[in-house]
Design a protein around this ligand. Structure first.
Ligand code: GTP
Ligand code: MG
Length: 253
């Protein structure tokens, strides 16, 4: 629910990130303060069994719990709880720089609906992204997105993004796994959101990666194909209806 006094909500999904969660929360809180925004940090906990939840509570972040496992599921719970006009999302593993917030907020105030970080046009620090993901996984998945949906986002799996609450409603996101990142790009483009890509720096993560490269890449691929097919069917049905002579007063298009 929107709270008029909160301008910015920073939402982080968290599954056992005790090593880095505190750093991320502190960076976000101090940056919001120094920029003069009223804001909140929302931690979407996905059943952590380490000290993540205690750390978040101690630092004054708001914690919401999501029983359903998965990156998308965690975010759906976090976004539902977020109260700000603007929402900034990013992993709680210290790969994204939560001191770099202003560039994610100002464009939203100037008419953009969605801001997406771009690591390839920015900097990927040594050890931040495995070779196979950088040169094989990412280009293939991004290429498929461009080919199937005509998207023009060049780092479509970047996890640091910001958007307005209105844009969030328009995207109507639903997926629960890592394919959430692709779903957002596809639906943002289809909803004709005004999107800005900005170069960012990607840092090596602390703690253990939760990504299962093969399984998660496969989830992206399956989602893209299923979504394309179901959209195609809807589109075909709509075209069939609109070319129905009776519905067109007898005149063919
Ligand atoms: N993969 C995954 N991540 C989750 C889940 N629940 C919460 N998360 C959080 O979502 C973020 C993304 O997971 P990461 O392991 O960082 O995935 P990634 O960024 O693609 O991979 P790395 O570059 O290795 O960090 C992290 O902050 C996780 O703690 C889940 O069920 N699965
Ligand atoms: Mg990460």
């Amino acid at each position: 629910m929107k709270n008029e006094t909160i301008e910015v909500s920073i939402v982080m999904p968290c599954l056992n990130e005790e090593e880095t969660l505190g750093i991320c929360i502190e960076k976000a809180q101090s940056t919001l303060k120094s920029l003069g925004y009223s804001g909140e940090v929302v931690i979407a906990d996905n059943g952590s069994i380490d000290n993540s939840v205690e750390i978040a509570k101690r630092l004054g972040a708001r914690v919401v719990h999501q029983q359903t496992r998965g990156y998308g599921a965690a975010y759906l719970a976090g976004f539902a709880a977020a109260q700000g006009q603007y929402i900034i999302m990013g992993d709680s593993d210290d790969t994204y720089d939560f001191t770099d917030l202003e560039r994610f907020i100002t464009p939203l105030q100037n008419g953009y609906n969605l801001v997406i970080g771009n690591r390839f046009k920015g900097k990927i620090l040594p050890g931040a992204m495995p070779w196979a993901r950088r040169y094989i996984g990412n280009p293939i998945l991004s290429g498929m997105l461009r080919l199937l949906f005509g998207t023009y986002i060049s780092d479509s799996h970047c996890g640091m993004r910001s958007f307005t609450t209105d844009a969030y409603k328009r995207m109507d996101l639903k997926t629960t796994g890592m394919e959430f990142a692709s779903e957002m790009v596809i639906k943002a483009v289809q909803s004709e959101l005004k999107i800005l890509e900005i170069p960012i720096t990607y840092h090596p993560r602390g703690g253990e990666s939760k990504l299962n490269a093969i399984r998660d890449a496969w989830r992206h691929i399956l989602f893209m194909i299923k979504y394309k097919l179901s959209n195609q069917t809807t589109h075909d049905k709509k075209s069939a209806t609109s070319t129905d002579p009776k519905k067109n007063n007898g005149s063919l298009p």
